[in-house]
Design a binder for this molecule. Sequence first.
Ligand code: HEM
Length: 259
Amino acid sequence: MNWLLATLRSSVGKKFVMGGTGLFLCFFLVMHLAGNLLLYVGPHAYNTYAETLHKNAALLVVAEIGLFGAMLLHIYLAFTTAAENRAARGSQGYAMKQTKIQGRVINFLGLSPDTTMFISGAVIFGYLCIHLCDFKFEVFADEAMRAADPFAKAQRILGSMSRKVIYGIAALTVGLHVSHGFASAFQSLGLRHPKYTPTIQVLGKAFAVFVTVGFGSFIFWDGERARRSESERAAQHAESPEAAAHPATAVPAAPSSQP
Ligand code: HEM
């Protein structure tokens, strides 16, 4: 534990942990998006995924501790490094809003990258509170929704206009945050090289588009359509000679109503 405290006290260590936790959270985003994309496949596929995820409770708790631990460290370091940067700058401030990434100046709405990252991080944190209240703690759910399966629950939440707006803003904000954070994390980990840094920057932008489009797409997701097409595929499969040979592979037809 001492090594962690010592690392978190040194400025190189802070950067390193900030970059490491940032990349770990990017990895979580990819896995989370991959799982959520099963909503497009249909209720059977998505509910099976959700059930599998929750089956091993001990493993889930370990993964959640790792995830929320990384998030808290990331946020704590964002605050402490911002305070240190401010103290180092004194009352002068920078004349130019320069990033760590060589020669590039971020001028989003005239804000410095530090400020942009801070504001977008705070918006993502606010979104996460609502998101966890929606899906994990079911704070706003009624009886019918608590009893519903994960697909039907997602259908109800993502079908609401307030959530379309909130989830849309979150997708854009996560994209903005990683568009700078992805490449910046590599720099913080000391992986800076004139040959590779431009490629990492392009990858960061591509990752930002991928995350924004991927998560943003759910505000247009039509759960009923996914439900119908999975049922049609199941019916076609049931009629095929293959299904007669392997009845265990049949997908049960899903009921079409929402909770
Ligand atoms: C519209 C797209 C999204 C959908 C449909 C979705 C769905 C879900 C669901 C079903 C859960 C599981 C709750 C449970 O454990 O029962 C969850 C958890 C979570 N989501 Fe999302 N999510 C979306 C977008 C996001 C985004 C953009 C972020 C990050 C900024 C995010 C971060 C999280 C986190 C941190 C958890 C908690 C994970 C855990 O407890 O293991 N989600 N989400």
